[in-house]
Design a protein around this ligand. Structure first.
Ligand code: SAH
Ligand code: SF4
Length: 421
């Protein structure tokens, strides 16, 4: 979401004559986008500011954007004199105006309210696009998981109207996008008029001729509709990959997290996906060491992972975030125990990921080549199942979808050869 937001801020500034530079030293405005989800992400702001202070031109303006500003704007302005403007996620459309105001008045600015108007009504349509583009269709969250800051930093749930989404998708395709990843903190909660859900929106987007691949992330398990699951069967452009975070394998922990589903319900949803698309790759997020999590409850997460079988996953130690109910819960788990559990879980997830990747050796599929590889003559892209794939191919093929055969696999990537036709 932050990559997408940064691109939209770049587009908003482009209208006012700004262009992107490739180094902090050349910039007149340095824009730093931030994440507040875990303490580690939040603290990165200050190490990055140190780097910017060393590299930037003396006259350059420093803008900090994102959820850290939303949560702690006044505090970060106090802690770092380097920041000229701090802007929260719902105010990005005002960025050019705030820069202009700062240049006139020279005062430091904090803008982190939730304006009545939607930023999407004011941000310009994208003029530039990567071959694999992002498009926010939904923002905010009403779930209030007991550990999470998102409902406070991104605000309540908002679905963009489908006409606006289709207009943006057309602009992205015109600018070179072949794949679009639909984004939302709770993307499958997207709803349009006349009871339309994300499955309907995806079928509508699939009609765009230049658009070859569609993905979406992140989905909330209990908001999954059969209509969206069916889209994985009836819409070939929708890729066979679903990110479906469960967080924990114990029903008691899920309840304490205020997740609104049980392990049994989650596994039923997984089964429904596999029924319509047996080859679908499933990934998840996990939190270990939630307050009060016992060793036996952690083992339930391990068992769940063994039963489901994940293609890839993200796993984190519980991070006590200020203002969330879980940060005040008794029985906080020690850092040592969290680390031990995380290592054990990650070892299992990595083993599954490696086995999943190795099962593709000798198989063929299409890859969208999105960037240059580490070595000359190599390009990188993603398989339909979201596996990073290294392909020996000339640079001129960047941005193309090519048919390949997998020749080698590791836990983190596939190697493949170009096939003709
Ligand atoms: N809306 C998505 C998740 C968005 S946040 C969902 O509900 O699945 C991305 C991930 O960050 C979460 O899935 C969770 O695993 C992790 N996360 C969020 N808050 C956290 C916290 N306080 N400590 C550790 N991990 C956290
Ligand atoms: Fe955070 Fe996701 Fe829970 Fe919303 S559903 S509160 S974004 S973890």
């Amino acid at each position: 979401m932050n990559v997408y937001d940064s691109a939209r801020m770049r587009d908003a500034l482009a209208v006012h004559g700004f262009t992107e530079t490739d180094s902090v030293a050349k910039a007149d405005v340095v824009l730093l986008n931030t994440c507040h989800i875990r303490e580690k992400a939040s603290e990165k702001l200050f190490s990055e500011l140190g780097r910017i202070a060393r590299e930037k031109k003396k006259s350059a303006l420093v803008v900090v954007a994102g959820c850290v500003v939303q949560a702690d704007g006044a505090e970060i302005l106090r802690r770092s004199q380097l920041i000229d403007i701090a802007i929260g996620p719902q105010n990005y459309h005002l960025l050019p105006e705030l820069i202009e105001r700062h240049n006139r008045q020279k005062g430091r600015i904090l803008k982190a309210d939730f304006p009545a108007e939607s930023k999407f009504d004011f941000l310009p349509t994208p003029q530039k696009s990567a071959a694999a583009a992002f498009l926010a269709v939904q923002e905010g969250c009403d779930h209030f998981c007991s550990y999470c800051v998102v409902p406070y930093t991104r605000g309540c749930e908002y679905s963009r109207p489908s006409s606006e989404i289709i207009k943006e998708a057309k602009a992205l395709v015109k600018a070179g996008a072949k794949e679009i990843m639909l984004l939302g903190q709770n993307v499958n909660g997207w709803h349009g008029d006349k009871g339309k859900d994300l499955g309907d929106l995806i079928r509508e987007l699939a009609k765009l001729r230049g658009l070859k691949r569609i993905r979406y992330t992140t989905s909330y398990p209990s908001e999954m509709t059969q209509n969206l699951i069916n889209a994985h069967q009836d819409t070939p452009k929708l890729m066979p990959y679903i990110h479906l975070p469960i967080q924990a394998g114990s029903n008691r922990v899920l309840k304490a997290m205020n997740r609104q589903y049980t392990v049994e319900q989650y596994e039923k949803i997984v089964a429904a996906f596999r029924k319509v698309r047996p080859d679908i790759a499933i990934s998840s997020d996990f939190i270990v060491g939630f307050p009060g999590e016992t060793e036996a409850e952690f083992e339930e997460t391990m068992e769940l992972v063994k039963r489901v079988g994940y293609a890839s996953s993200y796993s984190f130690k519980f991070s006590a975030r200020p203002g969330t109910p879980a940060s005040l819960m008794k029985d906080q788990i020690s850092e040592d125990v969290k680390t031990k559990r995380l290592m054990k879980l990650q070892a299992l997830l990595l083993k599954q990921q490696k086995a999943f990747n190795e099962s593709f050796i000798g198989k063929e599929f299409d890859v969208l080549l999105t960037e240059k590889g580490k070595e000359r003559g190599q390009l990188l892209g993603y398989s339909p199942y979201m596996q990073g794939t290294i392909v020996k191919a000339p640079t001129k093929m960047l941005g193309e979808i090519v048919h390949v055969k997998v020749v080698a696999a590791s836990a983190t990537a596939l190697k493949a050869e170009l096939l003709k036709g």
